[in-house]
Design a protein around this ligand. Structure first.
Ligand SMILES: [Zn+2]
Length: 565
């Protein structure tokens, strides 16, 4: 196992290397060309605000293809930008430099090239984050970051043929980018370089991240990305600052109170609220944060020179989640016991019956799919003391997060295994993977289905030949059923019309008062009540039709007429 993982890692590394070598040349040129066209004064301003290079590119309207330059590291981008900018305006002399000291204080006189944590994307587009163990992670390029994701996917052991990438990022990033975009529009839209499309939209941080890592993930996992894929890789970034904010909120309120009474009452500028993770900064009113409040409009910036972004001290926390949409397995089950419930039935910690159909089927199917869990659905249900015979009852097992979809052969093997269980309580047939439409098929069929029963009935007088004729002459007979007394505690009291399609009495040799009643009813008919009448709540009933008392002793479902499975 250890060796396999190592070998897999080597393959991954090899693939990345090959990819890097072939693409690096073209990508460097693409970046050099893009940088050459950038307006140096705007770039310089964004850098001085603490905005990362990928965010600068998208807010200045650099075209999409640049973000999928996967082999380009952040440092290579910095160098390209540095060189490009020097050609334009010799910005190094103005103090533009690569930041070395992570603790150095930001100031507008001394702009940094590539801040530690971007004040717009909070480090997300710098591939910087805290992992689940609070470790600070930083990848230099999209390939390196994708490698980490691919490892997680492979560890999960999913057998997949495509994937879809989902990214969730904190709302603070959207607020930041919206605020800076509006600021840029306000300040630069009259300048020649300002691209037309930026008037209406810019590429979101989420999309840039997807563009950056989709290609390397496709290479590493050797499958294509597809929006309709049932297998989802989900990246969830959560804002670490939210936690700090809650802690600080009380202090902040105190601080704001003081400020309102003081001369320097500047806690808001238009729509920009002074708030921050850095307590000292926001309290002294030195930093004004470009955050949108219920939609920020151009007129919300009375003074462009005051616009600043909140400093980011903590990267986001990132969690990876691999998830496959449910896999549905359809089939029919037979139940041979009068002491097995359909679903797990526990009352006050005590199990009713000796087992359940749900658990017998689920516990045997789940392992071959390597899923997390299962849900059992059936087309109707029978009572615990009613057997399910004949054609069986359609069921659907929903497997959650299956890592493996077994072959038809292994499903047949599993079917044999269930059918050969020693206790012989439950059997299954026609088991197969059915796709999510199986769900609709079962639900639609359920409403219209007919069910056939065999009931052991006792009547209060000897059975006569006329009784057999009376019942068999009735076809598609409507009956009215009030909600049975035995289920009144959990069902609302209603009166329903149901149809008894046909009935046939079979005599039992040597007995005059016991007989077998075969009948076919509309789905949802309470058969026990139809036999004994439920104190007149079901009418007519077998008892009322024969003019005597009728009791039901045992009931079997002998057929569930449905097209599915
Ligand atoms: Zn950024």
């Amino acid at each position: 196992m250890e060796n396999e993982t190592e070998a897999a890692a080597q393959v991954i590394n090899g693939q990345v290397e090959a990819h890097v070598i072939s693409a690096a040349e073209d990508e460097s040129k693409l970046v050099r060309d893009a940088v050459r066209k950038l307006p140096s004064h705007a770039v310089k301003e964004l850098l001085s605000m603490g905005v990362c290079i990928r965010c600068i590119f998208r807010l200045i309207g650099v075209s999409e293809c640049i973000y999928s330059c996967t082999s380009l590291s952040t440092s290579a981008l910095s160098t390209a930008l540095e060189k490009g900018m020097c050609l334009e305006g010799d910005m190094m002399d103005n103090g533009l430099r690569i930041q070395e000291d992570s603790n150095s204080q930001h100031s507008s006189e001394e702009p940094e090239l590539e801040p530690n944590l971007c004040r717009i994307c909070l480090g997300i587009l710098q591939f910087t984050y805290h992992d689940g163990k609070e470790m600070l992670m930083k990848s230099d390029c999209a390939n390196e970051f994708a490698l980490l994701i691919a490892k997680v996917v492979k560890q999960e052991g999913h057998q997949i043929d495509s994937f879809s990438l989902e990214v969730s990022i904190p709302s603070r990033v959207m607020e930041n980018e919206q605020a800076v975009w509006l600021y840029m529009k306000r300040k630069y839209n009259s300048e020649l370089w300002f691209p037309e499309q930026l008037h209406s939209e810019f590429i979101s941080a989420k999309d840039v991240l997807k563009l950056s890592i989709t290609n390397p993930l496709e290479t590493l996992l050797d499958i294509k990305s597809s929006l309709s894929s049932a297998f989802r890789i989900r990246l969830t970034y959560t804002d670490s600052a939210v936690k700090i904010k809650v802690q600080k909120s009380t202090e902040m309120k105190e601080c704001n109170k003081r400020r309102k009474t003081g001369a320097d009452d500047m806690d808001t500028i238009g729509g920009c609220v002074a708030a921050g993770t850095d307590h000292s900064n926001s309290c002294t009113g030195e930093e004004y944060v470009g955050r949108s409040c219920n939609g920020l409009h151009n007129h919300d910036f009375p003074d462009l020179s005051q616009f600043q972004l909140e400093k980011v001290s903590e990267p986001c926390r990132l969690t990876f989640l691999c998830h496959r949409n449910p896999v549905y397995i359809g089939g029919r089950y037979l139940k041979y016991s009068r002491n097995v419930s359909q679903t797990r039935w526990i009352i006050d910690d005590e199990r009713m019956g000796e087992a359940s159909v749900e658990e017998i089927i689920g516990s045997n199917i789940l392992p071959i799919f390597h899923g997390d869990n299962y849900k059992f659905h059936a087309a109707g249900r029978e009572d615990i003391d009613v057997r399910m015979l004949g054609s069986g009852r359609p069921f659907l097992l929903e497997i959650q997060n299956a890592r493996h979809v077994p072959s038809e052969v292994s499903i047949k093997e599993m079917e044999r295994k269930v059918n050969n269980l020693e206790n012989k309580l439950v059997k299954v047939k026609n088991v197969k993977v059915v796709g999510s439409q199986g769900w609709n098929l079962m639900r639609e069929g359920e409403a219209e289905k007919q069910k056939q029963y065999a009931a052991l009935v006792w009547i209060s007088r000897p059975l006569e030949d006329d009784d057999l004729k009376t019942l068999s002459s009735l076809e598609d007979m409507p009956i009215l059923q009030k909600t049975p007394i035995r289920v009144l505690h959990r069902r609302s009291p209603l009166e329903r019309e149901k149809i008894i399609h046909w009935m046939r009495i079979e005599r039992i040799a040597g007995s005059s008062q016991y007989c077998l009643l075969h009948l076919c009813t509309q789905a949802g008919t309470y058969v026990k009540e139809f036999v004994h009448g439920d104190l007149g709540r079901t009418h007519p009933s077998v008892g009322s039709l024969l003019g005597c008392r009728a009791e039901i002793l045992q009931l079997d479902v002998t057929d569930v007429k449905m097209d599915c499975f």
